[in-house]
Write a protein that binds this ligand. Structure first.
Ligand SMILES: Nc1ncnc2c1ncn2[C@@H]1O[C@H](COP(=O)(O)OP(=O)(O)OP(=O)(O)O)[C@@H](O)[C@H]1O
Length: 600
């Protein structure tokens, strides 16, 4: 038993190592987003080297000034000071260009990462969205990309500068006094061992804090998105509390990490300054014994502080890089998912279908709940131009059938075909262009009414949009707004009524003009006048189209060619309204009775 556990622990360890290595490899591959801007990157780097070089020369200049003061230099104080000022000006100019070019690279590259991530997310299949929360996905695009931003340019540049400072600084002090350098380097191993030991530990803690922060943000996202539900249930306090405790977890984890970071940083500072005191002591005795001029000692001390600073900074940079590995892993994970459509591909040639639909022994379970069969062998045919209705109790599988027609999910069994062609042989864009959906709950995007109708066919002319709106019985109310088609709707605009929104959705569908139409009937009923306007708009829309109606109110489907009654994932009955209504003890007959019988 103990042996087994040991083996487990070992394989865990191996996993960790592999993941970190893999992580670094992946993090590096995110650099492909920097590649298009490599010219600016290289220019930025040149300025970085120049500005690092000028900073490095300060130590030498301080040594020079000391020699001048001691009267041991060939130059005058003014000459050296003037040179000093010149170096300072150069340093300022170099720094400006360094920041300017690096920002160009980082801003542009990050916009590219965001664009790539967004176009990947939006083209992913529906099941992907069922496994993630919206908050989590938005934080990929905002927080994780921001984390990358600094690292791709500044941190890498900074790391380079620190390493350069370390190498050049050490070379200079070695040149100034090798004895003192060896003495100084003696203090290094302690710092390095501490950095490795603590660094690992602190990283783990910071990552946990970051995860908790993402969780807290999910609370904000979700509640703000559905703020009216929160208010309707007067659950503001509950949500404040939920957010508060999520934040509390962030704070306590971050503080826990801060404690160790504090210990780490103060230890490093202590060790560094301890080293400097040692150097001053040893260097002072070398000066006293005339083995080294005083100006060299000053130069030496200045470079030692540079080197110390870069070593201390490197720990932080390393932690920063570690965080980035996590972020880039998460982004690359999304970028690596398989899209259902490729946003960069050319749109396939649109081939209109006639609209013969065939569902053949469809079996289906949702990927999120694979053990629960939702459809258990459903077969139905709709000839082109015919209208059918799906009825059945809530949860019977009506919407599921339509989602499968849209190919939002893969079938577990059976076959769907359009005009005799298997659905899977269609390009997904081509398929969906042939289907219009008028959904139960119409969501309008922020923008004008014109844009919202054009969503049905991008680039449609204003005249076409007008005509579609007229056919959808929407022209009157649109023109009653002072701004007409330019009226802004959506979150920040005019709120439209349910019936008005439905007519906009109908206009969208008319503009799209597909052979197949799916009507997901609104469950909430409209007032009589609105109902009549919507109904006549729908009649117009349904003309000459294969139509599948997901019916909730049976009154609206009397005229359809065939009604299918779904029960527990199977077709229980099918026929016209008149046939089904007469079936004694039939499911449909019972539903009709329930809906139309006056409540006594
Ligand atoms: N995305 C999903 N993941 C997992 N299960 C789902 C999903 N969507 C629906 N279901 C389940 O599948 C079953 C059929 O749902 P469906 O939405 O097709 O029913 P419906 O007949 O359209 O109901 P309603 O009339 O209420 O819209 C239900 O039991 C539902 O819980």
């Amino acid at each position: 038993m103990a042996k087994r556990r040991n083996a487990d622990v070992e394989s865990d360890e191996a996993d960790k190592k592999r993941v970190t290595k893999e992580g670094f490899r992946k993090a590096l591959s995110i650099f492909r987003f920097v590649r298009p801007y490599r010219v600016q990157y290289i220019i930025g780097f040149v300025f970085l080297i120049l500005s690092a070089g000028t900073t490095m020369s300060f130590g030498l200049l301080i040594g020079q000034i000391t020699s001048v003061i001691q009267g041991k230099s060939a130059y005058t104080l003014n000459q050296v000071t003037l040179f000093f000022v010149g170096v300072l000006v150069a340093q300022a100019i170099f720094s400006f260009f360094r920041i300017y070019f690096f920002s160009q690279v980082s801003e542009r590259a990050m916009a590219d990462v965001r664009r790539a991530t967004y176009s990947k997310i939006i083209t992913l299949p529906i099941p992907f969205f069922e496994q993630r929360r919206v908050g989590e996905l938005t934080s990929r695009i905002s927080a994780d990309v921001s984390q990358l931003q600094d690292v791709l340019t500044l941190t890498v540049a900074e790391l380079f500068r620190q390493v350069a400072t370390l190498v050049i600084g050490t070379a200079i002090i070695f040149y100034v006094s090798w004895k003192l350098t060896l003495f100084m380097l003696g203090t290094f191993p302690v710092i390095i061992i501490a950095a490795i030991f603590f660094g690992k530990f602190i990283r783990k803690l910071s990552k946990r804090a970051q995860d908790y922060l993402a969780e807290a943000n999910v609370v904000v996202e979700e509640t703000l998105q559905s703020v009216n539900i929160v208010k309707a249930f007067t659950n503001e306090r509950l949500e404040i509390h939920r957010y508060g405790s999520a934040l509390q977890r962030v704070v306590s984890t971050a503080l826990h990490a801060a404690k160790y970071r504090g210990v780490f940083v103060s230890f490093i500072i202590f060790a560094l300054f301890g080293g400097i005191i040692g150097v001053v002591w040893y260097g002072g005795s070398l000066v006293l014994h005339n083995e080294m001029p005083f100006s060299d000692l000053l130069t030496f001390i200045v470079y030692t502080t540079f080197i110390g600073g870069s070593v201390a900074g490197m720990g932080d940079l390393y932690a920063q890089l570690q965080k980035t590995v996590g972020s880039s892993e998460r982004i690359l994970e999304i970028l690596g998912e398989a899209s259902e459509v490729n946003a960069d591909d050319e749109l396939p040639l649109f081939v209109p279908v006639q609209g013969n639909i065939q569902f053949d022994d469809i079996k289906f379970s949702y990927p999120a709940r694979p053990d629960i069969p939702v459809l258990k062998g459903v077969s139905l045919d709709v000839a082109a131009g015919r209208k059918i209705a799906l009825v059945g109790q809530s949860g019977a599988g009506k919407s599921t059938l339509v989602q499968l027609l849209m190919r939002y999910y893969n079938l577990s069994g059976g076959r769907i075909s359009i005009d005799g062609r298997d659905l899977n042989t269609f390009n997904i864009t081509e398929l969906r262009k042939n289907i219009a959906v008028v959904p139960q709950e119409v969501i309008l995007f922020g923008g004008t009414i014109m844009e919202n109708i054009q969503y049905g066919r991008l680039g449609a002319s204003e005249a076409d949009v007008r005509e579609a709106a007229r056919k959808a019985n929407a022209l009157n109310f649109i023109e009653s707004f002072p701004d007409g088609f330019k009226t802004i709707v959506g979150e920040r605009g005019v709120k439209l009524s349910g019936g008005q929104r439905q007519r906009i959705a109908i206009a969208r569908a008319i503009l799209k003009d597909p052979a197949i139409l799916v009507l997901d009937e609104a469950t909430s009923s409209l007032d009589a006048e609105s109902e009549q306007l919507v109904q006549s708009a729908l009649d117009e829309l349904m003309q000459n189209r294969t139509t599948i109606i997901i019916a909730h109110r049976l009154a609206t489907i009397r005229k359809v060619d065939r009604i299918y009654v779904l029960r527990e994932g199977q077709i229980a009955e099918s026929g016209t309204h008149d046939e089904l209504a007469l079936l004694e003890d039939g499911v449909y007959a019972n539903l009709v009775r329930l809906q139309f019988e006056p409540i006594s």
